[in-house]
Write a protein that binds this ligand. Structure first.
Ligand SMILES: C[S@@+](CC[C@H](N)C(=O)[O-])C[C@H]1O[C@@H](n2cnc3c(N)ncnc32)[C@H](O)[C@@H]1O
Length: 455
């Protein structure tokens, strides 16, 4: 775990960033978890936190581009470098290329100091030379040619592994894939859902503004907002008082399109951390029951925390493996929500690690799990009831192809929901929708609404 030497009060933000990046690159730690872990164990001020977060997230997000640049200027290629030297170069190149306000001389001097601090005095000249060379020639670097090598071009310029570009190009045209790459690299504002059981939209907005939070209207739903300019969301008073949840608007569409009635039984089979569970519970205005399940006990605490904070009293929480049939639920549910584990290729802007960690074989395994979950949980839907199937990916094999397979094998039909889609979304599909990352200022997301038509 990353621990800062706190013998003096002043921390060295670049050294801390280097420690966190070492955890991420050496041990495949998740970026947000590695950062949170470091912050929770070390006291530091708001500026240092912001600087460290920016360097770490940015370096991870752009690492393929950064390595390409380093390799253009170094005889020793990145794969042969000592790891710690490579990481020092990576975080320094990130600052040179993407952080206008940081002077190049400061970046180079600090990189040299870090190199010496890690006892590689003999390599400090090498590090200094490469960084100064890169900074002098940054605007003249030759990237792969977009026409001759389109896959390599997208991979290097937008820092995506080539196999993800290839996978997307199987299903989407080049311009769409390019757009997905660009949007997946954008920083997005936090999307929140107003808890209408506790507060009106306007009152929540005013309370947030009172805390100096910058608030914009949601892009799709009237009870959604986009916020920024806050330090720690958990310490905002309206959050503590359960007046809102953090949830992307694409994900809010699941409950919105399901249109649950009061007193319904909703079974959410893959529920943690409870974004959709609590949304259903709110739309049902504390009536009926949301039976909220997940396989991981640790994650059930997150649902519990959210339900308590939002003061919802129509949710039951249970540890349950969605791959095993619960006989007590057969044909009982008005709505089953299957928000299944997926490759997450729609939420790279929030979790950049996904693009480097997911492999083809993982996707094949996920499809099998998704189908196996559907094979079990469809049984809980009463005849005439609804199954909401969703993922946060843009990979058709996990989305529409699963839905087609499901309809071919089980007594369900797609339910057209175009009349209740937010006005901004124009859809030419019926009963399902694929949102691409950034297309409507949301994550990439897939939703299908299916009705059970027979036993
Ligand atoms: C996409 S996330 C769900 C997000 C959640 N619906 C929300 O809106 O906050 C998928 C969830 O499925 C859970 N999961 C994975 N395999 C499962 C299984 N066999 N049974 C139940 N839950 C499972 C994971 O723990 C994870 O929390």
């Amino acid at each position: 775990m990353t621990k800062v030497n706190n013998t003096t009060n002043k921390i060295n933000a670049r050294n801390v960033s280097l420690n966190i990046l070492t955890d991420i690159f050496n041990d495949k730690a998740y970026t947000n978890i590695a950062i949170d872990r470091c912050f929770s164990h070390n006291e530091m001020n708001k500026q240092d936190r912001a600087f460290i977060t920016r360097i770490v997230e940015g370096t991870v997000e752009h690492v393929i581009t950064i390595d390409y640049i380093i390799n253009k200027f170094s005889k020793t290629k990145t794969r042969k470098m000592k790891k710690i030297i490579l990481y020092i170069l990576r975080l320094s190149v990130y600052q040179i290329k993407y952080m206008d306000k940081v002077p190049v001389s400061a970046v180079c001097n600090e990189a040299v100091k870090l190199t010496k601090k890690r006892k590689f005095n003999n390599l400090s000249g090498f590090v200094n030379g490469i960084l100064r060379n890169i900074s002098r020639n940054l605007n003249d670097i030759q990237y792969p040619n977009e026409i001759d090598e389109p896959v390599k071009y997208l991979s290097v310029v937008y820092s995506f592994p080539e196999y993800i570009i290839d996978l997307w190009l199987e299903y989407y045209d080049y311009d769409t894939v390019k757009e997905m790459c660009i949007n997946s690299n954008k920083t997005v504002k936090t999307s929140i859902r107003c808890n209408l059981t506790k507060v009106s939209n306007t009152d929540l907005q005013n309370q947030l503004i009172d805390e100096n939070v910058h608030v914009e209207e949601g892009k799709l739903l009237e009870y959604a907002m986009k916020i920024d300019n806050y330090n720690n969301i958990r310490s905002l008073q309206p959050f503590i008082e359960g007046k809102f949840s953090v949830q992307d608007e694409s994900s809010m569409l699941v409950a919105h399109l399901a249109q649950p009635e009061g007193n319904s039984l909703v079974v959410d089979v893959c529920a943690a951390p409870g974004g959709k569970t609590t949304h259903f519970a709110e739309l049902m205005k504390n009536t009926g029951c949301v039976d909220s399940r997940d396989i991981y006990p640790k994650k059930l605490h997150l649902i519990d925390e959210n339900v308590k904070r939002l003061q919802l009293n129509n949710v039951t929480i249970r540890e349950y493996n969605a791959l095993e049939t619960d006989k007590s639920l057969i044909e009982k549910a008005d709505i089953v929500v299957a928000d299944v584990p997926c490759s997450g290729l729609g939420i790279i802007s929030k979790k950049p690690d996904i693009k480097y960690n997911i492999e083809k074989k993982d996707i094949e395994q996920l499809i099998e799990i998704q189908r196996n979950i559907l094979k079990v949980v469809y049984k809980y839907v009463k005849i005439g009831g609804i199954l909401m199937f969703s993922t946060c990916t843009v990979n058709p094999e996990e989305n529409i192809q699963n839905v087609r397979w499901f309809i071919d094998n089980f007594p369900f039909e797609l339910v057209d929901f175009n009349d209740i889609l937010p006005d901004r979304i124009g859809s030419d599909t019926k009963g399902y929708i694929q949102l691409l990352p950034g297309q409507y200022d949301t994550d990439g997301f897939f939703i299908a609404k299916l009705r059970r038509i027979a036993k």
